[in-house]
Design a protein. Structure first.
Length: 348
């Protein structure tokens, strides 16, 4: 009996020691993660963007990707938000006219993707759960104006949010961060290359993203300012968002009035009854069109995303049917299919 009691006491003692060591290790790891994460961001913020005319790649470091310029890089960019594990090698493998860069993996949960114009871009990766990172001390302060998009205000402890369903955050952050140094033409697309059903919304043979991008007539983008990368009108047209429709399952419609009045600083009476364009948040836009709105406007749009209590799917859908309005089109923007294929993509 005595031996049994001693054995159980020994087990309890070992368990306490292991738990104590585990707690110490976890605290150390989180502290290290926090320091690494902030150091990673601060290095990016302090580092000036490489000149678009530079032919020499930036030397790789532990935190930064190797930023290089493709052999035929031109004044245009493909912006591709991605999540952890998504393969975007097709950009460098098949679009040699754009700047190239490997995409490093970071323990902080952030990744870098370099796009045309030699501009590194912070994007978000999916995590199995949100990771809480302790706030910095006063001695470790940073310029929050440049990092605000990474820090939802309501959190007592900042969280890296899962933004898979809100590509709008990545799109807006690119426009804000590079507002003074934008390429002449920009194409915002999803990370997947091709195939059905994964890329069903890509309007090209084989649902292929490269075919779609290469066939896009940039002179059309320059002339019209904005072009949806999808010509097929369904879903989206002719009347996807109807703000007076009584359907609680259409959560984006329910959110539209508040989003519109906040983002465009307007009255409820100014919100159109119908808003529509072909889905699915893939589009091209010219620098001139982007600059018709101020950087403060894009900051306000992003702030709505940060402050909203809507789920990412709903908030992303709101932007899906706002991009054309942001970039100067009428609330209902549904070009005829043949006209779009011919004039925009040269498929006449």
């Amino acid at each position: 009996m005595l031996n049994v009691r001693l054995f159980f006491r020994y087990i309890v003692l070992v368990a306490v020691v292991l738990l104590t060591l585990g707690a110490f290790y976890w605290k150390h790891e989180v502290s290290t993660l926090s320091a690494d994460w902030y150091d990673h961001i601060e290095e990016l913020v302090r580092k000036p963007w490489p000149s678009s005319n530079s032919t020499n790649p930036t030397k790789p470091t532990k935190q930064l990707s190797w930023i290089s310029k493709g052999p035929g890089a031109q004044d245009k960019a493909v912006i591709v938000p991605k999540i952890h594990g998504e393969d975007v090698s097709w950009v460098s493998d098949q679009l040699q006219e754009y700047a190239l860069s490997p995409v490093p993996q970071s323990t902080s949960g952030l990744m870098l993707l370099t796009i045309a114009g030699n501009m590194p871009f912070i994007i978000w990766t999916r995590k199995t759960r949100e990771r809480c990172i302790p706030r910095r001390t006063k001695a470790m302060r940073y310029d929050t104006s440049k990092l605000q998009h990474l820090m939802p205000k309501a959190c007592a402890c900042p969280l890296i949010r899962d933004l898979r369903e809100s590509q709008a955050m990545a799109y807006l952050t690119f426009l804000i961060d590079h507002y003074e140094n934008l390429p002449s033409s920009m194409v915002f697309v999803h990370a997947h290359l091709d195939g059905y059903p994964r890329a069903w919304h890509t309007d090209s043979q084989g649902y292929n993203q490269v075919r779609s991008i290469r066939s896009l007539r940039l002179e059309y983008v320059q002339e019209h300012g904005y072009a949806n990368m999808r010509c097929i009108s369904d879903p989206g047209c002719p009347a996807e968002i109807q703000i007076n429709r009584d359907d609680d399952e259409r959560t984006a419609e329910r959110a539209f009035v508040g989003a519109w009045t906040y983002m465009f600083q307007s009255n409820v009476s100014d919100v159109p009854e119908t808003i529509a364009q072909p889905c699915c948040a893939q589009f091209a836009v010219s620098k001139a069109q982007v600059l018709k709105r101020s950087r403060e406007d894009y900051l306000r749009y992003r702030q709505w995303l940060l402050d909203t209590e809507l789920d990412d799917d709903t908030s992303g859908r709101v932007f899906e049917y706002l991009w054309h309005v942001i970039f100067g089109k009428d609330p209902v923007y549904c070009p005829p299919l043949n006209e779009c294929h011919c004039q925009q993509f040269g498929r006449c």
